[in-house]
Ligand binder design. Structure first.
Ligand code: GTR
Length: 336
């Protein structure tokens, strides 16, 4: 049983022979391991580069015994598939949005509520502090997650883009079919703002925009730019209705087979990656904004009065989901 599972995480022939020769589990833990990581984004994107850099650190710290092999650009499927593969130990690291994690660990949904954070620095303060640590611990402790929450990453704020018309006011959004991530909170949020929310994987979005299956979507500037969505949806309105952190999770099936020392090392380099990714993020966000403007995209800023209308419109979403997170929301709001 142990032998089959260990082979399943790719320990290779040397490890198999060691097991056959009766080597103990701690000795096995010293064997070379290539940890598979995946992300929907390509190489060059801040989350991908941060995980690749983390892999180099692991290699250096273990003399090459532990390393990371990155499968970028949705090579292993969309985020739903990535989560499933991590849960069974077919891959070790999945870098995903908190969006699709909410349906698995409900507490995480507090970060998925519209306008829950005042701004991006507020979100970063929360994930860097005790609430961030608690939420990672909850994810890890949740029996249904089958994942270990390692660290957070910055994903800025999500804003609406579409192929039909410049959205300058909340009324302009009426009736537009807007793709949202797979989580009922997001569909309800879009519907409350007047659009027609459609849940769909990120991996299907470019085609859906191109063929008109949806009129638009919503995301941060780096995703809008890197996913080439700006080529098929030319109006970008800075609604900033969702500020959702990214999360790096690790397969619990693999984790439980690692030595305490390796677990500690993997946790440490992930914590460092949280800060390193933020620097990469800030640079990329500025670059993406410049690129889309240069490509002729109409970037529409929302006057504060208009933004207030969006905030007011999502009240039904708070009425429906907010009560169970009330204490946590108070603590989030108290973070300065
Ligand atoms: C991106 C995020 C991805 C994915 C994607 C989406 O901003 O980095 O993890 O969640 O959005 O909209 O599905």
């Amino acid at each position: 049983m142990i032998r089959r599972e260990m082979l399943g995480v790719g320990l290779g022939l040397a490890a198999a022979l060691a097991m056959a020769a009766g080597a103990s589990l701690p000795a096995m833990a010293q064997q070379k391991m290539v940890l598979k990581a995946t992300d929907v984004h390509p190489v060059g994107y801040p989350t991908v580069d941060a995980v690749i850099a983390m892999g180099k650190k692991l290699e250096a710290a273990t003399g090459g015994r532990l390393s990371i092999q990155m499968f970028p650009s949705m090579q292993l499927g969309g985020e739903k598939e990535m989560i499933e593969q991590a849960q069974v130990g077919a891959l070790q690291y999945a870098r995903i949005s908190v969006g699709p994690m909410g349906p698995i660990v409900d507490e995480l949904n507090v970060f998925n509520m519209p306008f829950v954070f005042r701004d991006i620095p507020h979100m970063n303060k929360v994930i860097d502090g005790p609430i961030g640590d608690e939420m990672l611990a909850k994810l890890t402790a949740s029996p249904q997650s089958k994942l270990v929450g390692l660290c957070w990453m910055d994903a800025g704020a999500r804003s609406v883009y579409n192929s039909k018309k410049p959205i300058k006011s909340i009324d302009d959004l009426k009736g537009l079919k807007i793709r949202m991530m797979g989580n009922p909170i997001f569909v309800d949020t879009m519907n409350a703002m007047g659009g027609n929310g459609i849940a769909m994987g990120f991996d299907q979005l470019y085609n859906a925009l191109q063929t008109g299956v949806v009129d638009g979507a919503e995301n941060n500037p780096p995703s809008y730019e890197s996913g080439k969505h700006f080529q098929v949806a030319k109006y970008y309105s800075l609604t900033e209705h969702l500020i959702i952190p990214e999360i790096l999770v690790f397969s619990k099936a693999t984790w439980d087979k690692l030595s305490k020392e390796d677990q500690a090392l993997i946790s440490k380099v992930a914590k460092e990656a949280q800060q390193e990714q933020r620097k990469l993020w800030n640079e990329r966000e500025a670059k993406s904004m410049a690129m889309i403007k240069q490509a002729g995209i109409e970037v529409i800023t929302m006057p504060p009065a208009e933004k207030k209308k969006f905030q007011a419109a999502v009240k039904p979403v708070w009425d429906k989901y907010g009560a169970k997170y009330a204490d946590l929301v108070k603590r989030i709001q108290a973070v300065n």
